[in-house]
Design a protein around this ligand. Structure first.
Ligand code: FNR
Length: 188
């Protein structure tokens, strides 16, 4: 069977290196992973005042997660944490109380940075948030990507070692999703 992966790009930048990484990941993924982006850039700032009546963008967000077998976060590090836009999207999806969209959902975390730390600190922050949201995270392998622009060309990865690493990450993610769904089937 094919697993539907809803992916979040944590950046709103039109030149996002994490979006470039997302394209490379899609091209390197095992054939039984199908990817759909879950957009976060059109969401208002979350407030509990919306809980009684979510706006269409927030309903679409929750519907998109519900339609996914798993979620994948591809995010930059902003000031040693995750970007506010991504946290805002997670807050929307986690509410209203009792309707947390991430409950038991298989999840993966990856990110690219122009710095050598490779989003490691942001990913630890994101993992804390996803733990509270009760997502079933793949905890290994980790993927802290230093972004070398020469390596990512037209959605392809030109460096074989990097391509191998990303392929391995995705194969492990696929296996993780399969294991979680065996115990915790989704409604799809
Ligand atoms: C950054 N950047 C950054 N990089 C990093 O490794 N650790 C950090 O804490 C930060 N902090 C940070 C804050 C803000 C507000 C910006 C705009 C940038 C640099 C960051 O890695 C670089 O801008 C990437 O290109 C961001 O990823 P996207 O948006 O290109 O996907």
């Amino acid at each position: 069977s094919t697993y539907q992966v809803g992916y979040f790009v944590g950046s709103l930048s039109s030149t996002s290196i994490n979006r470039i990484l997302s394209r490379a990941l899609i091209n390197l993924a095992p054939p039984d992973l199908a990817f759909t982006e879950i957009p976060i850039g059109n969401l208002p700032l979350y407030s509990p005042d919306f809980d009684a009546d979510y706006p269409p963008e927030a309903r679409a967000l929750k519907d998109a997660i519900a339609a996914s077998d798993a979620v994948l976060f591809i995010t930059p590090e902003y000031n040693r944490s995750i970007p506010g836009a991504l946290k805002n999207a997670i807050d929307w999806a986690s509410r209203p109380w009792g309707q947390n969209s991430f409950d038991h959902v298989p999840a993966g975390v990856i990110g690219a940075s122009i710095g050598q730390i490779g989003t490691a600190v942001a990913q630890q922050s994101l993992r804390g948030v996803l733990s509270f949201c009760n997502a079933r995270q793949m905890t290994a392998p980790e993927a802290y990507i230093y972004f070398n622009p020469d390596v990512y060309v037209d959605g392809q990865v030109t460096d074989e070692a990097t391509a191998d690493f990303l392929r391995g990450y995705l194969t492990e993610f696929r296996d993780h999703v399969e294991r979680v769904l065996t115990v915790l089937p989704r409604n799809t």
